[in-house]
Design a binder for this molecule. Structure first.
Ligand SMILES: Cc1cc2nc3c(=O)[nH]c(=O)nc-3n(C[C@H](O)[C@H](O)[C@H](O)COP(=O)(O)OP(=O)(O)OC[C@H]3O[C@@H](n4cnc5c(N)ncnc54)[C@H](O)[C@@H]3O)c2cc1C
Ligand code: FES
Ligand code: FES
Length: 1331
């Protein structure tokens, strides 16, 4: 820092406290400043690019011109520290804490069970808080809009939304409580029994919102803003920041430094600097130049300052619209419609209008409308001022506009529309909200008075090339012609030719994008027709109007059994108890791995990974990296003192590769430096040379062709499949491909390895599901014994299977760095690194042949499962194995054969993921059943029902079970969902609508619980009672958000006969409970619950003499007395679980302890023109025995269902033809957001179910419900089938998973998609691979 020039002092407030920073570095964002410098770790890192909302804070500013204070939410990861001069920042810690008073937002999200792993919770809290500061009684629309940019991977959003709903005025209405009839209609809810059903949380038990209690805006900042501002300059290590205060000064600066960017919202420049490594030595920040924020009205329209944020633009336009006749505000309203969908609230609050225009994104949402609306910009430079129209000449290339580098956009003119003019904004995006558009459009048409003859027309598209493009030729074909089918019919053909994308165009989706240009134009055509009709310009019949998809989220039902009246109050088992850390998570106090304070001398580790998929490493030059400031060392395989490989499934995997790489993202070496920034720069400076090896394998087909497998491959069969095919009425062969899935745990891989300093002892603080595996890995790698390594896991910010094996490899590497440097070393992956390095769910190809009778009875099936495993074995053969084990699902197919293979490819290694292959395997099976239904032309539920197991049954691995509860779930789900009536209503809807279709499906699951590797079914616990009566429980399970600690607290509460408040769980550590098994396989509560129970029973027994002696004594008095009597108050508990196995040679065994059953029914509405869909309603019935904690279990069901919905309908990993993962963050990879919630989600826990095989008759539920998300997939398929039927297409058709809008639209085979010529496979190199 000594070389850094002295700049101005940066002054702002955080949570009411003044911060003066004398060395503000322009490269520092608010997020690391908060976390590292101010030690406010409640604000989380989830992506670093504005795409996840985990870092949301509220920014408040005083506006001298209006003397008002504004509050807005913003992403701290993109907020440059230097931008904050004069601002007041509020973080989650600033609004409430357990030490003082928690804020009602924090309380309500927590009490509504909206916090599982809790990593997203501070962001959710702050988005809601910022909304409430502006609108204390919001509508549901306000809430869903405020939360649109906040991702949660655990909850499925329903409980978060329900918690926030309590702030709405309408929350007091009975509808908000799930009643069918509304009190506002004067109707009583006649069907409900008198007695109230138990609720997951009590709405009467909530703190009121009192806006007078909020932090006041610091008066000092008001004074500061009122005094004349000065130019500010900040110097960092590499970058200087200048913030001028006058337009004149800005012009001079830009003239002198034309290459320096103007940083406003930093939502374009920030990600460029962060992810592309672009360095701008000088940054000009004109946010204090008031001319850039002026808004002025003229008779022709409105000038809006280019510095105005998109939210400000929205509110300016919103205020203007009602002041003018509708005909004058067409452009305003079109812009506002688009603004509502652009990015998230956090992005719109900071992103500027000028920045959006100048950034010239090919798929900018605003530019097409500004262009059709005849808008213009006023630009200024030292050469003078000029006005430049925003037309096709303005956008000259990818991210380039016609302006000179020194020119500054001062304001943007948005004209009034004229009489007879219609303007529309259209867009389609991979996800409905918080997603860049695939194709976006602005369209304007003007008619001569009272005529349908087009006087003028303008059409612009985004997403169809490197720039916003004008469809000028198409417009030529429309102008001066009648607005009718004939004109438009010709226009489509011209448009198709005019906007022809090459088949390998960047971004892919070529056919879809081309068809979207047509269908968006068609939508505009219809809309205008309806307007002309309403104006009586045309009198003939017009086709149906396409209404937007419904979007209002209804309160759902969560039904569960109350505990028996006899159960004591202290006994928490069976009650909906809030996640034990929910409040701490909501206040930001909960400590995650990377929240641990920095240790003196601590280093940061960044791994260097391969940029080639298959190559020899010919050189590794780390000399430049070692010269860089702060870099301490570079770790290679030569530095590893112990085992250089990890062994999984009998295959060795190099920790750090030194000779030959087999995927992009494979780890080669690691740079350790004093800071993360220095380590990153060091990693970028490592030079690796390669010699490519021939024929990398990426796809499953390539692997099969080259017999590239990880052994063993598995086969299971019953009956005589070959013979049976000869006896059936029909045989059908099909296949389906299921894409992979990124875990997208909100907390990326994180660890801190600390050498204790003596006798080779290490403490490892880590985010993992399996502390013992990490302990073993570190010990083996360092060649020390396990007793020198203690692994600590306080909590994990989501894992889903992804924090087991991959984490152990990273921990081994980090431990080498700690050992070699003898300093603490932290490694926290960035989102992009995490996505590239750690793999995910196996993409799978399923091929099947099925034989059945004309009545639908399936007699034989032969299924093959091929899992794309990537470059190392990991657990892939076990994943493929599980597909084969589960392939019967709910069906008794007498002749059944399945083969599972793990394919070895040159992609990053895939690993365990919630469901462990079952979600892929079962989709293949259910798709097969669907095909049978389609061949026979009968509803799929009939085929499912007819083929289900009934009565005492035996699986294909000869395991006997009783499917009664599966059938009960099926019947209950049909009844609760009102399936038959709704199917009939859907048929009617589909007959009445050409461009929108509805679909419904009902899907069962039978899911085997526990590890089929029997030795893993064990657990231990350690329980201490202290003299004051407080109890500390330790057990082998890790808290991943699934609530295992909460459930263990409940177990201990029952066994010790004390309230849960006396019981604490601090962490999971290998020195309290050794030799743990992973928290996985939905077995955490089953195993650890029994161990905790055992330990507690031992202790309770020990206390018996004391209790007998003093029966009226308190728990505390007994504990004290026991100590005085020298009775040990500490006990271990152990659970020896079932010895499960499968004999693959004999094809028989008992691989599961029992089955969890569930059935889900989903209905969707599909826009066949864009493939966009909405899940209207989902009903789920699950048999989980007697729930230990209904709120936690409902949370697991909803969260898993939502993750399944993501897998089957939304989440797409895209790899380049060279094996590079394109989708490396939330901007490219879309997990479900609030907008993807079913509009109504009802969960019913099957009553009267017992399970003798698990604690308190409960059942494991972590994984099973994920597959139930496929009910949305099959509902989409059902809707697509209805659309195809209108195009005259019947019978089975291919729809791969995920059923994205692209796939659903193309499969719907509308006249528009059919117009687009398909490119011949093999004639071009596709942009992305089908792996
Ligand atoms: C997560 C995320 C989601 C997004 N989603 C969408 C979306 O759905 N649709 C969409 O259209 N956009 C989207 N965006 C893009 C966003 O709208 C733009 O990045 C933003 O509008 C740019 O404005 P800014 O103020 O942040 O620009 P900055 O990053 O501050 O600057 C961007 C560029 O503009 C130049 N510039 C800024 N102001 C001026 C000026 N007055 N005169 C001359 N040059 C200037 C700068 O020199 C710089 O080169 C998204 C961005 C993010 C990060
Ligand atoms: S970390 Fe800031 S939005 Fe994801
Ligand atoms: S609770 Fe939302 S990400 Fe875990």
């Amino acid at each position: 820092m000594s070389a850094v020039k002295q700049g101005d002092a940066l002054c702002f407030f955080i949570n009411g406290k003044k911060v003066t920073e004398n060395h503000a570095d322009p490269e520092t964002m608010l997020l690391p400043f908060l976390r590292e410098k101010v030690k406010l770790t409640g604000t989380k890192y989830g992506c670093g690019g504005g795409g996840c909302g985990a870092c949301t804070v509220m920014v408040s500013r005083y506006q001298p011109a209006t003397k008002t204070i504004i509050h807005y939410s913003a992403n701290a990861c993109l907020l440059p520290l230097c931008q904050l001069h004069g601002a007041a920042v509020t973080t989650v810690e600033g609004i409430g804490s357990t030490k003082t008073r928690i804020h009602p937002v924090q309380e309500r999200i927590a009490k509504a069970h909206g916090s599982q792993c809790g990593f997203c919770t501070p962001g959710m809290v702050m988005s809601t808080y910022a909304l409430l500061r502006n609108k204390p009684q919001p509508t549901m629309d306000d809430i869903t809009e405020a939360l649109a940019g906040n991702l949660c991977r655990c909850t499925g959003y329903r409980p978060i939304v329900e918690g926030c709903r309590t702030f709405c005025q309408e929350a007091n209405c009975c509808q908000a409580n799930g009643a069918a009839n509304c009190c506002l209609n004067g109707e009583k809810n006649g069907n409900e029994p008198e007695q109230e059903k138990p609720q997951l949380f009590d709405k009467l038990d909530l703190l009121p919102l009192d806006p007078t209690q909020e932090l006041i805006f610091p008066p000092e900042l008001i004074l500061m803003a009122d005094t004349s501002p000065q130019t500010l300059t900040f110097h960092g290590e590499r970058v200087t920041w200048v913030s001028p205060v006058s337009l004149e000064e800005l012009i001079q600066l830009k003239a002198k430094h034309p290459k320096a960017p103007l940083v406003m919202g930093n939502t374009n420049i920030g990600p460029d600097m962060k992810f592309k490594g672009i360095l701008h030595p000088l940054i000009i920040s004109p946010t204090r130049v008031k001319e850039l924020f002026e808004v002025s009205q003229t008779p022709q329209g409105v000038w809006v300052g280019a510095g105005c944020s998109l939210s400000e633009l929205h509110s300016v336009l919103e205020k203007l619209v009602p002041q003018f006749p509708e005909e004058k505000t067409e452009v305003f309203r079109a812009l506002n419609r688009q603004l509502g969908n652009l990015g998230s609230v956090q992005i719109r609050n900071v992103a500027s209008l000028g920045g959006n225009i100048v950034s010239a994104y090919p798929n900018s949402d605003l530019n097409p409308i500004l262009a059709v609306g005849n808008c213009k910009v006023s630009v200024i430079s030292s050469g003078g001022r000029r006005e430049v129209p925003l037309n096709q000449d303005f956008f000259v290339g990818f991210g380039k506009v016609i302006l000179q580098p020194e020119e500054i956009v001062v304001s943007v003119f948005i004209p009034f529309s004229r009489k007879g003019e219609f303007v529309q904004a259209l867009r389609h995006a991979p996800r409905k909200e918080a997603s860049f558009a695939t194709v976006t459009a602005g369209m304007r048409v003007m008619f001569s008075e009272s005529s349908r003859v087009v006087q003028d027309v303008s059409i612009y598209y985004g997403g169809m090339g490197p720039t916003t493009v004008s469809a000028a030729k198409t417009c030529q074909a429309i102008i001066r012609r009648s607005w009718d089918d004939e004109t438009l019919g010709q226009a489509y053909d011209i448009l198709l030719e005019e906007l022809a994308l090459p088949p390998s165009a960047p971004g892919g989706k070529v056919e879809f994008r081309r068809s979207l240009t047509l269908s968006l134009l068609f939508k505009f055509y219809l809309e205008v027709l309806h307007k002309l009709k309403a104006m009586n310009v045309i009198t003939d019949e017009v086709p149906e109007k396409i209404q937007p998809l419904p979007r209002e989220i209804q309160p759902g039902l969560q039904e569960f059994q109350p505990v028996s009246k006899d159960q004591g109050n202290h006994d928490a088992v069976g009650r909906p108890m809030m996640h034990r850390s929910a409040i701490s998570q909501a206040t930001g106090e909960a400590v995650y791995c990377d929240d641990l304070p920095k240790i003196e001398g601590e280093l940061f580790l960044v791994v260097v990974t391969s940029s080639r998929a298959h190559a020899k490493i010919t050189g590794l030059d780390v000399s430049e990296a070692l010269q860089l400031p702060g870099v301490v060392d570079v770790i290679t395989t030569k530095d590893i003192p112990g085992k250089k490989v990890r062994t999984f499934c009998d295959y060795n995997e190099e920790l750090l590769e030194e000779s030959e790489v087999s995927c992009i993202g494979q780890m080669i070496c690691a740079v350790v430096a004093d800071t993360k920034a220095h380590a990153k720069r060091g990693a970028a400076a490592v030079k690796i040379s390669y010699e490519d090896l021939p024929d990398p394998i990426f796809t499953i087909e390539e692997a099969v062709e080259k017999s590239s497998y990880f052994e063993p491959r598995r086969l299971l069969q019953r009956g005589d499949v070959t013979e049976a095919f000869k006896t059936v009425d029909k045989v059908y062969e099909g296949e389906i491909r299921i894409g992979g899935q990124e875990h997208f745990y909100m907390e990326t891989q994180s660890m801190l390895v600390v050498p204790v300093g003596e006798e080779m002892e290490f403490n490892v603080y880590i985010s993992t599901q399996w502390p013992t595996l990490i302990q073993d890995a570190v010990a083996e790698t360092l060649n020390i014994s396990s007793n020198r390594v203690t692994c600590h896991v306080k909590r994990v910010g989501g894992a889903f299977g992804g924090k087991v094996t991959r984490t152990s490899v990273l921990a081994s590497i980090t431990s080498v760095a700690a050992w070699k440097t003898n300093r603490a070393v932290r490694c926290v992956l960035e989102r992009g690194e995490d996505m590239v390095i750690t793999g995910g769910r196996h993409p799978t190809l399923g091929k099947y042949k099925v034989g059945f009778m004309n009545d639908g009875k399936i007699v034989a099936a032969d299924i093959q499962f091929f899992a794309n495993s990537g470059n190392t074995v990991d657990e892939s053969p076990l994943v493929a194995e599980k597909m084969v084990l589960h392939m019967d699902n709910a069906y008794n197919i007498p002749n059944l054969r399945g083969r599972g293979a793990a394919c070895k490819t040159n992609l990053p290694s895939n690993t365990a993921f919630r469901g462990f292959g079952v979600p892929q395997g079962l989709l293949i099976v259910e798709n097969m059943i669907n095909d049978v239904a389609m061949v026979l032309g009968c509803p799929a539920d009939k085929i499912r029902e007819m083929n289900m197991y009934r009565g005492p049954s035996t699986t294909h691995y000869k395991f006997e079970f009783n499917p009664e509860n599966l059938l009960r779930c099926w019947e209950e789900c049909k009844r609760r969902a009102d399936y038959s009536a709704r199917r009939a209503a859907i048929e009617q809807f589909n007959q009445q609508n050409r461009w929108k279709k509805r679909g419904i499906s009902i899907i069962p699951i039978k899911y085997g619980i526990a590890f089929s590797d029997g030795f893993l079914n064990q657990a231990a616990a350690l329980v201490h009672i202290y003299k004051d009566g407080s109890v500390l429980v330790s057990h082998g399970g890790t808290e991943l958000g699934q609530g295992v600690h909460t459930k263990m607290q409940q177990v201990a509460s029952r066994e010790l006969h004390i309230p849960p408040s006396k019981i604490y769980i601090s962490e999971t550590s290998t020195n309290t409970v050794p030799n743990t098994c992973p928290s996985a396989a939905s077995f955490g509560t089953d195993a650890n619950g029994m161990a905790v129970k055992d330990a507690c029973q031992i202790l309770y027994q020990r206390l018996e003499p004391i209790r007998k002696k003093n029966p009226k004594g308190t728990w505390e008095s007994w504990a004290k007395e026991a100590f005085m009597e020298k009775i040990s108050l500490s006990a271990t508990g152990f659970y020896k679980g079932p010895d499960l196995y499968l004999d693959w040679d004999k094809m028989e065994g008992q691989p599961y302890a029992y089955y969890t059953y569930g059935v889900s029914c989903s209905e969707v509405e599909l826009d066949c023109l864009t493939g966009d869909y909405r899940t209207l309603r989902t009903d789920i019935v699950v048999d989980i025995g007697k729930s230990v904690n209904p709120s936690v279990d409902v949370g697991q069901i909803e969260g898993a269902f939502t993750q399944g919905l993501g897998l089957y309908t939304l989440e797409e990993l895209k790899f380049s033809p060279f094996g590079l993962l394109y989708t490396r963050g939330p901007s490219q990879y879309k997990i479900p957001a609030v907008c993807d919630m079913p509009l109504q989600l009802n969960i019913y826990l099957l009553p009267d179910s017992e399970n003798p095989y698990a604690i308190y008759s409960s059942k494991g539920i972590g994984e099973p419900a994920l597959f139930l998300g496929s009910s949305v997939f099959f509902a989409i398929k059902d809707a697509v089938a209805a659309a195809r039927s209108d195009s005259g297409l019947k019978g089975p058709f291919s729809l791969n998973s995920p059923a994205t809008p692209e796939r659903a639209c193309l499969a719907s085979a509308s006249p528009f998609t059919q117009k687009v010529p398909a490119s011949k496979p093999g004639s071009f190199k596709p942009w992305a691979l089908d792996i």
